[in-house]
Design a protein around this ligand. Structure first.
Ligand code: 26Q
Length: 760
């Protein structure tokens, strides 16, 4: 494989050398793609009747397909070498904007699972939407987030349009053409596929309108159709545009189900065997409308009766839940649903009737039903039909059984299971952190790259020389990040500072506010001469706020305002640096994560389903400062509390906490009131909205920022103290790297297969 790639790339570069050097980066990407495609030709294609799984997801946050393929096939090294020989730089591959077709963790998990399935010979295909514009590009202007349109589409030479496999999706008002774009997701022994659908009008212009001179209405059908795959929705709760989101969901769910049925026909097997051929994993409730759609097609196109069709669907579908917040479970107004997708609606009603019939007499029927008071509850539909329902970390899988799905758990306990998330270590370690990869290779050989649990053994290499080398690798990564930030964002960062890193979507439950308030607390202490021997620290933030989420945007503004405040203060800037890195995305994450000294995982216990950034940071040697929440619990179970900085109220303690009153904390603690008061026309500006959210209203300090503040501040000072002893800290780092070997997405996707799909 390496030979073929090398020869082909050399030939490609030879051709390039005769051409103009204009748009060189793009040309280099194309050259590498061409060489990759030659390699792909040597990998056996899947047989038509191979049993397979399909991952239905409204989001795939893949990052560059080119670098991803190089990582899985382990061709990065040779690629770098060949490019260098010819006088080119591999950084060119990172220039194009990534396909950013996701918001955060759920979309990135989809990409990690696809990568790992390909690498471990599991036939798993992804199905989603090829959004014209992905998640917005974020800039910071005057401390505030601004949103720019994300243009990525001419940058993806590995994808292939398959107009010959287009399908028709029927809505109440019109039909839309779904055109698939396929990207090969490669492993060394097999190729899977990510199929993303793009919406088009069945005919581009209305000629009658056109010839009457009515240009706008001549094109309006085209624009309406294309709007369906136009934008990725950010997760906020605004009512506007809801109809379009339902259209998106039905658009890709229906197209994907139709495409699967078409592929199945090629096997010439009877429809009764469909569930031996395909398993469909629903990534949250977003694609749940695929259930009534498949029911409909089985009944109407294949002549099955409802009961038989339902049984087949039950064997095919399973559902992964990614959130504990009841308000995030998707619901549709019944009348809207009926108007937008009238062909599917009767099957939802039949499903609901079926449920009412079967569970007649159950005292909680009104909570379990699929339709209630004119609202269709997609989560209930997914749980009622699926044969397996999983959460994404141990604690989360317990929580959903006790809370949102309690009634269903009592009825069908055997359906519920946990599958803890994982990460594609080939990208997040082998590719992102070359230094650490080399460190492991030279001690363990390279087998661990295909079998991450073997990396556990790295913990034996804890001699002084080993730890010094590890510390040096971190120092190099920090310098590389500083340089990257200077070159790309004109941001300055001193690599000698400790890097404390909180990178994720901005959300109140994730508590970036706790982090920045604590920085303000340290600042006050410094000014009062109460802060002794503090090791200079860079508090690094990155993440996007949903455009309609006011408080999240205020938090970004506050972080940047505190950054300015410190920058202007000659004493403070010797100890602190606050840095907000704009436009958090896969590419930037790959630079930031290897450089982190400390991983900030601050969610209120019981709110973060799992987290996956926590795993990436841990695998790259950053101990966690965090709450006992999501997968933090499992990270610390493996790595030991003594090697991490755990703080804050536990989930059980919060459950006992009735009548929480943040005002009491405010009045009884000077340290806290001093900091919180700075939000009101303080030196950083006016943040009354945040001040009020902490102290006033029914849901004052909903996420217990003030409650956990003292123990957080304490943990932060402990970490800072430990960091001064670089050898001791490197040892903690080493233990975390070894322990994070449990979080490979290879293992996660292997569990999906073993426990749910059972493909082989
Ligand atoms: C819903 C309705 C309308 C518009 C948007 C949405 C919407 C979109 C995206 C709701 C939720 C999401 C994304 C959720 C998500 O990313 N969840 C994260 O999933 C990760 C993978 O399992 C977990 O690690 C994180 O803990 C969880 O927050």
């Amino acid at each position: 494989m390496e030979e073929i790639f090398k020869k082909s790339l050399e030939a490609q570069l030879e051709k390039l050398s005769n051409k103009s050097q204009k748009n060189l980066d793009k040309k280099l990407v194309r050259a590498v793609c061409a060489a990759l495609l030659e390699v792909f030709c040597t990998i056996p294609a899947r047989k038509a009747d191979t049993p397979r799984a399909a991952y239905f997801s409204a989001e795939f946050l893949t990052g560059s397909f080119v670098t991803g393929s190089l990582a899985t096939l382990n061709l990065w090294g040779i690629c770098e070498q060949v490019l260098k020989q010819k006088g080119y730089n591999i950084e060119a591959l990172e220039k194009p904007r990534d396909p950013a077709l996701g918001n955060g963790g759920l979309g990135r998990l989809a990409a990690c699972l696809l990568d790992s399935a390909a690498a471990t010979d599991i036939p798993l295909d992804g199905y989603g939407i090829r959004y014209r514009y992905g998640i917005f590009r974020q800039d910071i202007k005057n401390c505030e987030q601004t949103e720019q349109i994300d243009i990525w589409q001419d940058n993806c030479p590995l994808e292939k349009q398959r107009r010959d496999e287009a399908v028709l999706v029927q809505f109440g008002d019109t039909d839309v053409l779904a055109v698939p774009y396929d990207v090969p997701i490669v492993g060394k022994n097999q190729i899977n596929r990510l199929r993303l659908w793009s919406a088009e009008a069945t005919s581009p212009v209305d000629f009658t309108a056109f010839s009457e001179g009515n240009i706008c209405s001549a094109f309006s059908k085209m624009m309406d159709a294309e709007a369906i795959s136009g934008f990725l929705y950010p997760p906020d709760n605004t009512e506007a545009g809801k109809e379009l989101r339902l259209k998106q969901q039905y658009f890709f769910s229906s197209a994907s189900v139709q495409s699967i049925l078409r592929d199945f026909k090629k096997t010439a097997r009877p429809i009764g065997e469909l569930s031996d051929y395909i398993k469909i994993q629903l990534n949250d409730t977003h694609p749940t409308v695929a259930i009534p759609e498949l029911l409909r097609l089985l009944c109407e196109d294949f002549g099955r009766d409802f009961e038989t069709a339902l049984k087949i669907c039950g064997e095919i579908f399973s559902y992964t839940n990614h959130t504990v917040m009841a308000e995030a479970l998707e619901c549709w107004n019944e009348a809207l649903f009926c108007r937008v997708v009238p062909k599917v609606y009767p099957y939802v009603v039949m499903l609901n009737n079926h449920l009412m019939q079967r569970l007649k007499g159950n005292k909680n029927l009104s909570r379990i039903s699929i339709i209630e008071n004119g609202v269709i509850r997609m989560a209930n539909m997914a749980v009622y039909v699926s044969h397996k329902i999983n959460g994404v970390a141990k604690i989360h899988s317990e929580i959903i059984k006790e809370s949102i799905f309690k009634d269903f758990y009592e009825l069908y306990p055997e359906r519920f299971l946990n599958i803890t998330n994982g990460i594609a270590h080939r990208r997040w370690l082998c590719l992102a952190n070359r230094g650490l990869t080399h460190f492991a290779n030279s001690r363990l050989g390279t087998d661990w790259q295909e079998n991450l649990p073997l990396l556990e053994q790295i913990k034996q290499f804890n001699s002084t020389a080993d730890l010094d080398e590890l510390a040096k690798i971190k120092a190099e990564n920090k310098k590389a990040l500083a340089k990257y930030l200077k070159n790309n964002f004109e941001l300055s960062l001193d690599p000698d500072y400790m890097f404390s890193v909180q990178i994720k979507r901005i959300h109140e439950y994730k508590r970036q506010l706790l982090n920045i308030l604590s920085v303000l607390g340290l600042y006050i202490d410094l000014k009062n001469g109460e802060l002794k021997d503090f090791y200079p620290t860079a508090f690094i933030f990155a993440g996007k706020a949903a455009s309609g989420y006011y408080n999240a945007k205020q938090i970004i503004k506050l972080i940047n305002a505190v950054s300015r405040l410190i920058e202007k203060d000659e004493t403070a800037k010797k100890y602190f640096k606050v840095l907000f890195i704009p436009d958090y995305n896969v590419k930037n994450a790959m630079k930031i994560i290897p450089a982190a000294d400390l991983s900030e995982q601050l969610s209120t216990a019981g709110t973060e389903a799992s987290g996956t950034g926590n795993m990436k940071l841990s695998l790259n040697g950053a101990p966690t400062i965090g709450t006992l929440d999501g997968a933090n619990i499992e990270i610390v179970d493996y790595a030991g509390e003594e090697n991490n900085y755990i703080f804050g109220a536990k989930k059980e303690e919060l459950a006992c906490l009735t009548n929480y009153d943040p005002m009491n904390i405010y009045y009884s603690s000077d340290r806290i009131s001093r900091v919180v008061d700075l939000l009101k026309q303080g030196p950083a500006g006016d943040f009354t909205a945040l001040f009020n959210s902490l102290l006033f209203g029914d849901d004052a300090d909903r996420y217990k920022v003030l409650l956990d503040y003292p123990s957080y501040q304490n943990a932060r000072l402990r970490a800072n103290e430990d960091y001064k002893n670089s050898r001791l800290y490197a040892e903690k780092s080493l233990i975390n790297i070894a322990a994070a070997s449990h979080f490979s997405a290879d293992q996660t996707v292997g569990n999906y297969n073993k426990k749910i799909w059972k493909l082989m």
